[in-house]
Design a protein around this ligand. Structure first.
Ligand code: CTP
Length: 405
């Protein structure tokens, strides 16, 4: 693919050298267009050597080939990394006072930008308004991430890593096979209060559910992500996506109510959240103390099975036609046969179309980026996937697409 990489004047420009390398290694033809300021951080020889193309910032070079518009016209993708607050402002205003500016006005290719600046500049209403305008025009914004910034400050403003920028940029061309589909995904784990400071909970971080929501949104779906005790950090990517609306729930009862309402108008329901099967029969108004007497047991009552309830609502006609329901199960089996037997039984019992089952243990499945799952349907094991939670999300959506057709 013919890719233009615009580089503007921020310290993160040094990371863009690696970004260009990644694109070249993946077989793309890359033309780098720095701004004059960018060249104060990384010089022309580096960009020429790494991209194997001549590099200039000026609209007055190579005039015979109308370079100031030719690069933009020929580009199939434009990535700007880092994108400073100033460049974001000039882009928004359509100012074309250098080669990058003219290229941006001349191109009809998708544009992906990776902002990098100090947190205050990112949060300034001017920058935020510019970002909103660019987004409306279809520009994809990747980041910024939270973290350490130049000068020892920290906060939102760090350019995201080159690998992530490349993945996000190329995702623009990925399948849009979920276009217009209404989807609800639950993520995380419920907490059932014992008293105002204690709860019964589980180790689910919400990473797999969040990856499912982001994957669906990238493939064109309108997503509601019901976050059940998921940290801000885990929700970062989802929070940035214009097609994802984040709702929240705390207990199983709250999650049940939010899911029932969302599912009634969704084409696909994915229940990734780990739901407590039981809750304390009574919740103490005030903190339980040892002085009030030793607490050696807690009486529990069973929670309703949310996903089974959604499947029953569908059977009763209270769901859009053709709705697909997916449940997840974390198991600690002795062997593969037992894992699959439990998976098939659970899928049938809950009345869902697909059950995604993974093996968990003290050091597997939870709170870590990788996952290994089987996707089970009425006809057997549809797929076995091991990889990142995003890879798993991709395979689950492939299975959902197949189930719908
Ligand atoms: N689930 C639910 N409501 C519950 C319990 C579970 O909706 N009260 C959903 C989970 O979100 C998940 C699926 O059911 O999608 C399987 O969860 P799991 O805990 O494995 O199912 P259980 O029925 O609780 O089975 P087990 O006895 O093995 O814990």
């Amino acid at each position: 693919m013919n890719i233009v990489v615009g580089v503007t004047g921020g310290i993160a420009a040094y990371k863009t050298v690696h970004l260009v390398r990644l694109l070249i290694k993946a077989g793309h033809d890359v033309t780098v267009i720095p701004t004059d300021d960018a060249l104060r951080f990384v010089g022309t020889p580096t960009w020429e050597a790494i991209s194997r193309h001549p590099v200039t910032t000026s609209v007055h070079d190579d005039v015979a080939r109308v370079r100031h518009v030719a690069l933009g016209q020929a580009a199939e993708l434009v990535i700007i990394a880092p994108a400073t607050a100033n460049t974001i402002a000039t882009m928004t205003a359509g100012i074309a006072d250098d080669l990058l500016g003219t290229t941006l006005l001349a191109t009809t290719a998708p544009v992906v930008i990776a902002p990098a600046m100090h947190a205050e500049m990112w949060q300034h209403p001017a920058t935020q308004a510019n970002i909103a305008t660019l987004r409306e025009r279809g520009v994809r914004i990747v980041g910024p991430a939270e973290g350490e910034l130049a000068g020892g400050d920290s906060g939102p403003g760090r350019m995201v890593e080159p690998e992530e920028i490349v993945a996000a940029a190329l995702a623009v061309f990925a399948a849009r096979d979920l276009d217009g589909l209404r989807v609800v995904v639950s993520a995380g784990g419920t907490r059932e209060p014992i008293d105002p400071v204690r709860y019964l909970g589980n180790r689910s971080s919400g990473r797999q559910g969040t990856a499912l929501a982001v994957e669906a949104a990238e493939r064109g779906a309108e997503v509601q992500l019901v976050a059940t005790n998921v940290s801000r950090d885990v929700l970062q990517d989802a929070g940035r996506h214009p097609n994802i609306r984040i709702l929240s729930a705390g207990t199983a009862a709250e999650l049940g109510a939010v899911m029932a309402e969302a599912a009634a108008a969704s084409d696909v329901v994915v229940m990734t959240a780990a739901v407590a099967d039981y809750r304390p029969a009574t919740v103490a108004e005030r903190k339980l103390t040892k002085e009030a007497g030793p607490l050696t047991s807690i009486e529990l009552v069973e929670n309703e099975d949310i996903v089974a309830g959604l499947a029953a609502a569908r059977l009763a006609g209270r769901a859009p036609a053709g709705q697909v329901i997916v449940a997840f199960a974390a198991e600690t089996p002795n062997d593969e046969a037992e894992l699959l037997e439990r998976a098939h039984g659970k899928r049938q019992r809950k009345g869902v179309d697909l059950l995604v089952v993974n093996e968990v243990g003290w050091d597997r499945g939870f709170e870590i980026p990788d996952n290994a799952v089987r996707i089970v349907s009425e006809t057997g094991v549809l797929a076995s996937v091991a990889g990142s939670k995003r890879d798993v999300a991709g395979a689950v959506w492939d299975a959902i697409v197949a189930a719908r057709s």
